[in-house]
Design a protein around this ligand. Structure first.
Ligand SMILES: O=C(O)CCC(=O)C(=O)O
Length: 267
């Protein structure tokens, strides 16, 4: 049911104008026609997604592993279309976060069909969560692209590929190095992803993230604005805002535009 609903949202370009639907790998210098479609906060349009056993279980686990104060900061869908789905390059989620703050996040990754190496399954680098934040750079060397990639080559033999059945789940922290493979199969790959976090605190040891500065200086005003909009639903600098707004709206009540609301039963 989730697959059908997400396919429908993407087909109707829901969230595109708001900058919530976009291709994470799109860049001026993209070498191939591969695609990686992200819809940020689908629960804004289908609030029942927040009342699933998935969210309930993930919340319980986040409370145990991260902190009882942790909360769902955002959800997103990543679609890697059949045959042309672009794998996500190696990265740590913290590469996207404000380096002046200390962050603590936990991400739940649930594929909506069986996944293996040829359908865009995830791979992880064991122990990487203890190795600090690696140097990153914009994918394809284009600061206008959304995705960052780790600037260090990750040896395949050191990583662990993680095939999963549909409805299975893998969990990673903000410093766990991870990637996914291209989807060369004939089935669209959907993953429904939840990120939990606690409010970031100003760091006593602020980091530098040259890749973020480069993006700020090289990307044009339009792209910077668009990225800001995305970040409202995206990573943790905006955690306070998202959480605050969710509390105001009553978590499932972020008001979706009427034309976007569909009852799951009608799909
Ligand atoms: O689904 C993917 O290909 C990558 C997901 C990812 O990077 C994440 O969940 O942090």
């Amino acid at each position: 049911m989730m697959r059908r609903i997400f396919a429908d949202l993407v087909a109707r370009h829901v969230g595109e104008k708001e900058g919530l639907l976009f291709d994470t790998m799109e860049s001026e210098t993209s070498p191939d026609g591969r695609r990686s479609i992200q819809l940020t906060n689908p629960s804004k349009y289908q609030s029942w997604l927040l009342n699933t056993i998935y969210v309930r279980n993930a919340t319980r686990i986040a409370h145990q592993v991260l902190s009882p104060k942790s909360f769902l900061t955002f959800d997103f869908v990543l679609l890697k279309p059949a045959g042309v789905g672009a794998g996500t390059p190696w990265h740590q989620d913290e590469a996207y976060l404000d380096p002046k703050y200390d962050h603590s996040t936990l991400t739940f990754w649930m594929p909506l069909q069986d996944v293996g190496p040829s359908d865009g399954c995830m791979a992880y680098l064991p122990g990487s969560h203890l190795r600090g934040v690696f140097e990153h750079r914009s994918v394809h060397g284009d600061p206008r692209a959304h995705a960052y990639e780790c600037a260090t080559t990750i040896a395949q033999e050191e990583s662990v590929v993680c095939p999963l059945p549909g409805g299975g789940c893998a969990i990673h922290g903000q410093r766990t190095m991870h990637s996914s493979s291209n989807n060369t199969s004939s089935v669209d790959r959907y993953a429904y992803i939840l990120t939990f976090g606690i409010s970031p605190t100003l760091s006593k040891h602020p980091r530098k993230a040259a890749w973020q500065e480069q993006r700020r200086s090289k990307a044009g005003v339009f792209h910077r604005l668009l990225r800001k909009v995305r970040r409202i639903g995206f990573l943790a600098r905006s955690m306070y805002l998202v959480n605050f707004k969710r509390r105001l709206d009553g978590i499932s009540g972020i008001t979706p535009k009427k034309e976007h609301i569909e009852s799951p039963r009608n799909l």
